[in-house]
Design a binder for this molecule. Structure first.
Ligand SMILES: Cc1cc2nc3c(=O)[nH]c(=O)nc-3n(C[C@H](O)[C@H](O)[C@H](O)COP(=O)(O)OP(=O)(O)OC[C@H]3O[C@@H](n4cnc5c(N)ncnc54)[C@H](O)[C@@H]3O)c2cc1C
Length: 289
């Protein structure tokens, strides 16, 4: 495989490289688990790969936990997420999504930024972050940053809102550290147990008060539409309900609202009908003890 590799070490160098290459064909490479496969299928000798792996800037590489917000750098790996005990306690959905991504070897190098920017409808970490209503911090070659909700980041299959001179620097997640109760998990259905891209996925992070009354709900679905989707009306439906007392008819009504956001395709792994049925059933299952 032939391509030109540039490895900036600082953000200053990175921004210069992005600016200089605006009229060339270039791609970013982080863990390169997706990128290398793509380049093997479609080799391009003129392509410049801007390798992010040697970048030393905490805003890209570290996890910062503040009272109101958790900032996760785009170069943080799935493995770093699963080995962070505090993240695991506060955001089980995020832990589960990272833990279910690929194999141990893949998790070692696969980054959050790569998972988001590849914009696959099956992205595990992306689905969890959508449920957490995370926001994307985007840096442009002129040094200006903008922050957008994750829901606006995904435009279409494998298409994000990033412009040619922009890079994802970090993801900002509300800290959610004051809810007495949190129900949070990532359900991934595949055709086999390991190394499987989701056929259907559902991420939820539901917060409740001392009386189990739901105060906030974030639910996102994957592999059932061109992009990962936050299912807003289904989230709103839950507000004010008692989590442990959601009846089976309410669970069904909720599941029907989730499915309204799905527009699945049939492919080699599953039919559209199967995907909708599974989505309906796993949505209901959130409330089963
Ligand atoms: C064997 C195998 C199994 C896999 N299993 C799963 C799985 O179970 N679940 C799952 O979700 N994914 C899976 N993947 C896909 C992939 O590993 C993940 O999406 C991973 O998180 C990608 O991260 P990366 O750092 O390797 O991205 P890269 O391959 O480096 O980049 C992916 C894309 O994002 C762009 N990019 C990367 N970082 C940035 C940035 N900061 N700003 C802008 N653009 C950027 C790149 O240009 C490229 O287009 C699997 C892949 C393989 C090869």
């Amino acid at each position: 495989m032939n391509f030109n590799l540039i490895s900036p070490q600082s953000t200053g160098e990175l921004l210069e490289v992005i600016a200089e290459n605006q009229s060339n064909k270039f791609r970013f490479g982080a863990g390169c688990t997706d990128l290398i496969l793509e380049l093997k299928k479609q080799p391009d000798e003129e392509l410049i790969v801007i390798n992010l792996a040697q970048l030393s800037d905490n805003r890209f590489t570290s996890i910062e936990k503040n009272h109101d917000e958790v900032r996760i750098g785009a170069l943080v790996t799935a493995n770093s997420i699963t080995s962070d005990e505090e993240l695991r306690r506060r955001f089980p959905v995020l832990y589960e999504s990272a833990n279910k991504l690929g194999s141990r070897q893949i998790r070692q190098v696969a980054t959050i930024g790569g998972n988001l920017c590849t914009a696959s409808p099956a992205g595990d970490i992306a689905c969890a972050l959508a449920a957490l209503e995370a926001r994307c911090e985007i840096l442009s070659a002129n040094g200006i940053t903008r922050i957008i909700p994750m829901n606006d980041f995904f435009i279409d299959v494998r298409k994000t809102d990033l412009k040619n001179d922009e890079i994802l620097r970090s993801v900002l997640t509300p800290a959610n550290n004051e809810s007495p109760k949190v129900y949070s998990d990532y359900i991934k259905i595949g055709t086999r147990c390991s190394m499987e891209i989701a056929v259907v996925s559902l991420a939820y992070h539901i917060q409740a008060d001392e009386d189990d009354k739901i105060t906030k709900a974030g639910i996102a679905i994957g592999s059932v539409a061109p992009t990962i989707k936050l299912v807003k009306s289904a989230c709103e439906y839950l507000i004010g309900r008692d989590f442990s007392a959601v009846s089976s008819s309410e669970a069904e009504e909720f599941a029907a609202k989730v499915v309204e956001y799905a527009s699945p395709i049939s492919d080699i792994r599953a039919s559209a009908w199967y995907r909708e049925e599974v989505l309906y059933n796993i949505s209901k299952s959130i409330f089963e003890n």
